[in-house]
Design a protein around this ligand. Structure first.
Ligand SMILES: *Cc1c(COP(=O)(O)O)cnc(C)c1O
Length: 391
């Protein structure tokens, strides 16, 4: 007799990470096989005609892709999910699935910069108009919604500057006007922000970050509510989207340890962020998990935890001083992406069109990895020493 399967809706989020998508493993193995496959054979002409077998062609799904899709949908709390070869491909596929010529898109001003390029480039050429809005607008979004607004796009917290959005209020206004609420849910990883219980119709992740979690694969996910699913799935297939089997497997493997990794990222990040808040060189720490930090109240209301990504604004100093700080760091690498096991630091300059960024000092974004935070603080202290000795 085989063991009975648990009812996913009755499981807590931590247990879901461990059990999700497990039904695709065979022969007693805990994990599914990595299927490298294009052709799937049909035993008879009749079966080819009927297409009743579960797998028909590589791009249409394999046991590996179905396992990870099911796991992502369960983590996010959505209806179903699809995988794309990068986070950016997830954003473009989701937007193109729901928008058409003549439509209007409301895009948050703090969106991930390459997504802004998509709106101002390809989408504009296709006749889709984008206007940008203040991330802190809340229910005021209603006044910006036009008769042809199809999608209200959010990202919370905002890229780089970490503004927390009032997703339930924005979702309510969008739905009242017949528009969809999309969110880039990469920071909360679907585990710390339950987008669908806060009104999202489509939740996108750069799985490249926390789901994969080891800086070794690129992947995107799009999870939909049941009403949004059919239209998205058709567009995904029409655009020929899919992802490589090894990278899909690495995403599934990453999901198993997401809870313990995020918990440690958060603990270390709070420790380092509090320490940075006490430094004379630092003007502001932008990390909603800190009490009294911008966005803390909304974060506390809506999130189950915080990931390890936050930013600081330094007190005004020469550009050379900020460079000296970054160049002296040895545990913090300087590079794009985040969500892996390692700490990173990168300078940035906020780009805004609907709002303005008024802080004068240089901005630095940190990803706090799984190192001992005492070592990280010692490294940062060295950086500050190099900075203050630079004119
Ligand atoms: C990195 C990132 C993306 C893009 O993901 P890629 O896998 O690099 O294409 C999208 N949104 C956010 C918030 C990101 O940090």
């Amino acid at each position: 007799m085989s063991k009975s399967k648990p009812d996913p809706s009755a499981l807590s989020p931590e247990t879901r990470l461990v059990t999700a998508g497990r039904g695709y493993a065979e022969h007693g193995f805990v994990n599914p096989a990595v299927y490298h496959g294009s052709t799937v054979l049909f035993p008879t002409a009749q079966s080819l005609h009927d297409r009743t077998q579960p797998y028909v062609y590589g791009r249409r799904g394999t046991p590996t892709s179905r396992a990870v899709e099911e796991a992502v949908a369960m983590v996010e709390g959505g209806y179903r999910a699809k995988m794309t070869p990068s986070g950016m491909a997830a954003i473009s596929t989701a937007l193109l699935a729901f928008l058409e010529a003549g439509d209007h898109l409301l895009m948050v001003d703090t969106v991930y910069q390459p997504a802004r390029q998509l709106c101002d480039g390809l989408l504009k050429r296709l006749g889709i108009a984008t206007s940008y809005y203040d991330p802190l607008i809340g229910r005021g979004i209603a006044e910006l919604i036009r008769p042809n607004t199809r999608v209200v796009y959010t990202e919370s917290p905002g890229s780089q500057t970490m503004e927390v959005q009032d997703i339930p209020a924005i979702a309510e206004a969008a739905h009242k006007a017949g528009a969809l609420l999309m969110i880039d849910n990469t920071w909360g990883a679907g585990h710390y922000f339950k987008a669908f219980s806060h009104g999202a119709d489509v939740s996108i992740q750069a799985a490249t970050k926390y789901l994969v979690g080891h800086s070794d694969a690129m992947m995107g996910t799009v999870t939909c509510s049941e009403p949004a699913w059919e239209r998205f799935k058709n567009a995904y297939e029409e655009m020929g989207q899919f992802a490589g089997p090894d990278d899909m497997y690495l995403t599934l493997r990453g999901i198993r340890t997401l809870d313990v990794r995020l918990e440690r990222h958060m603990k270390n990040a709070i420790d380092v962020a509090e320490w940075l808040r006490g430094r004379d060189e630092v003007e502001t720490v932008l990390y909603p998990a800190l009490s009294n930090a911008p966005g803390h109240e909304l974060w506390k209301r809506d999130f189950r935890g915080a990931s390890g990504l936050f930013s600081i604004v330094l007190k005004p100093c020469g550009g050379k001083a900020a460079e000296a700080f970054l160049d002296r760091l040895s545990l913090f690498g300087m590079g794009y992406s985040w969500g892996g096991f390692e700490s990173l630091a990168i300078p940035f300059a906020p780009h805004r069109t609907a709002t303005s960024w008024t802080a004068e000092g240089p901005c630095i974004r940190f990803h706090i990895g799984l190192e001992n935070p005492e070592d990280l603080k010692a490294d940062l202290a060295e950086g500050f020493r190099a900075m203050t000795s630079t004119p």
